[in-house]
Design a protein around this ligand. Structure first.
Ligand code: UDP
Length: 231
């Protein structure tokens, strides 16, 4: 692979704490990013916002505003992870689909290509810039736009199961599954809008657990133990 889009959930940055940032956890992830980047892989990164805020869970404020807060949470996450990457010697650039002052740059495909050419890790913060979407949708959108070969979906679970492994001890994990089946069975890899876009745009996906040691590196090196979603 030459270019991938890595999706990290917001919760993944929080470690055991479940909210905010856990520096040791993020440093571990960033070291893996450095390793695969050194090997010449171009890496785009989308990060969720769940460690700070989930728009749809607010019952008081307007959904549009709640989602704006969610999108800003993803900006904070990208600034944090980007700076940890810089601390470890990497060059990074953060793009948002809306103006965020001097904190980030405005997204454009051309600007992203330039950043990749300069050897930078590219962060796509702020989701799609629109309410009623998710960072899963933003992941597929950006992956398609930047012509990534695959989405690396790092999750709390180690792949896609036929039912929720947290509640069903007999849940069976798929080693490989087609995106059509993921959509037809509404399997919980990504939200449905994002899965449908993956299907329509024929974007393959590798789903694996972030908390397994070196799982990002192993996935890129073909030592993959998660679920491969074929198109
Ligand atoms: N969000 C949004 N539009 C986007 C991406 C994210 O409105 O394009 C908001 C939404 O409120 C979401 C929050 O940002 O709940 C955090 O994103 P994430 O995808 O992590 O949400 P989750 O699915 O974890 O709730």
């Amino acid at each position: 692979m030459k270019r991938v889009l890595l999706k990290l959930s917001g919760e993944a940055l929080a470690g055991e704490k479940k909210t905010g940032f856990d520096e040791a956890t993020v440093i571990e992830v960033a070291k893996q990013i450095r390793e695969i980047s050194k090997e010449g892989l171009e890496i785009g990164i989308v990060i969720g916002g769940g460690n700070f805020w989930r728009g749809r869970t607010s019952e008081t404020i307007d959904r549009n505003k709640a989602d704006q807060i969610g999108m800003l949470a993803t900006v904070m996450n990208c600034i944090y992870v980007s700076d940890i990457c810089r601390y470890l010697g990497m060059k990074t650039q953060i793009y948002t689909p809306f103006v965020c002052g001097a904190f980030t740059d405005l997204y454009s495909k051309d600007a992203v290509e330039e950043s990749f050419a300069q050897g930078k890790i590219v962060f796509f913060a702020g989701g799609t810039g629109h309410p009623y979407f998710s960072t899963d949708t933003a992941t597929v959108l950006r992956a398609v736009e930047i012509e990534a070969e695959a989405i690396l979906l790092a999750k709390a679970v180690d792949g896609i199961y036929d039912s929720d492994p947290k509640t069903n001890p007999n849940a069976v994990k798929y080693d490989e599954i087609s995106i059509e089946e993921v959509v037809a069975k509404k399997l919980a890899a990504m939200d449905l809008t994002a899965s449908i876009m993956c299907m329509e745009q024929k974007m393959p996906m590798l789903v694996f657990a972030l908390d397994e040691k070196d799982s990002i590196i192993n996935t890129v090196h073909g030592k993959f133990t998660g679920t491969k979603v074929t198109v």
